[in-house]
Design a binder for this molecule. Structure first.
Ligand code: CA
Ligand code: CA
Length: 205
């Protein structure tokens, strides 16, 4: 009897493993990587785009990606009007594809999940022109506190320092940081954004 139970358990475990492997294959055939250069998102701040860099495993080419199929969390489509380019952003000799998403749509998606603060796993999916699907995950930190540039749940000196680093920079420029953009004019980080952060000092989530 004991042997029978053991055998049944072994069969169940094997079955479960097979099922898990099958599910993984159904989800995506290629495991890719995605990196967000600004892996933070303040839901109260404003910016136009969320950029990310996609790398495929060895043996696959970025040129085979059907860019129009790329989505975040099966909800937010890639912004085909925004810049799309290839390069080696992280200097690891593996080429990467830069694509962008509409930042407002990403914020709306996170808000509909009732997430206000903390780490959120973002899943990027897409397919190659031959239909092969790929998937990649990344974690971003979210805050819904006005003035919380570094998304750690409090507004203090560190947020002001981070905003000062982006001071004078406009959307698309090197040190632009939409997470510091809390006040009009929305196109850049200026004294009005710093004042908003100072007014919000001491705020906590
Ligand atoms: Ca903070
Ligand atoms: Ca501003």
């Amino acid at each position: 009897m004991r042997r029978f139970i053991k055998m049944m358990l072994a069969l169940l475990v094997t079955g479960a493993l097979t099922l898990a492997i099958n599910i993984q294959l159904v989800n995506a055939e290629i495991s890719a990587t995605v990196e967000f250069p600004i892996a933070m998102l303040n839901l109260k701040s404003r910016g136009q785009l969320v950029s990310c860099y996609i790398e495929l495993p060895e043996g696959y080419s970025l040129e085979d990606i059907n860019v129009s199929t790329i989505m975040l969390n099966n909800t937010v489509p890639v912004d085909l009007e925004a810049p799309i380019s290839t390069g080696d952003y992280d200097n690891d000799t593996i080429p990467d594809l830069m694509v962008n998403f509409n930042r407002t749509e990403v914020i709306e998606f996170i808000s509909t999940q009732h997430i206000r603060f903390g780490n959120v796993t973002i899943t990027l999916t897409g397919s190659l022109y031959d239909g092969t699907s790929f998937e990649a995950n990344a974690v971003i930190t979210v805050s819904s506190l006005t003035g919380d540039v570094n998304c750690d749940g409090t507004v203090n000196f560190y947020d002001l320092v981070k905003a000062a680093t982006a001071f004078g920079f406009r959307e698309g420029e090197t040190k632009w940081n939409p997470n510091a953009n809390f006040a009009q004019p929305w196109g850049g980080i200026d004294v009005y954004d710093l004042i908003t952060i100072v007014i919000s000092f001491g705020g906590e989530l």
